[in-house]
Design a protein. Structure first.
Length: 97
């Protein structure tokens, strides 16, 4: 399961635990933004880091430029920060739980 924010994913982990489900044995949970919530949860939350510092730097740079005559496309590459709330498929196939 993928959530649009870490704080929502942490709440999802708690709800799954209340239902008797285990992460990552029964399902995997991934959040977004790689916030401090990730290390506060049990299990620790896998999250997608969206390079917030890079995004902020680009926004500042763009805000100081005149509006371009043509649309400008910028790309920021997200990074998966793996923690305990997920298990790789190949690990699960090799060591079924």
């Amino acid at each position: 399961m993928v959530c649009d924010a870490d704080f929502r994913a942490v709440r999802l982990l708690a709800m799954l635990r209340e239902l008797g489900l285990r992460c990552p044995q029964d399902c995997s949970v991934v959040g977004a933004w790689n916030t401090p919530w990730c290390n506060l949860s049990t299990p620790s939350l896998t999250s997608v880091s969206l390079a917030e510092e890079e995004l902020a730097r680009l926004m500042v740079l763009l805000s100081q430029q005149p509006v371009p005559a043509t649309p400008t496309e910028l790309t920021v590459t997200p990074r998966l920060v793996e923690r305990e709330s997920t298990i790789a498929i190949h690990d699960h196939e090799r060591n079924p739980i």
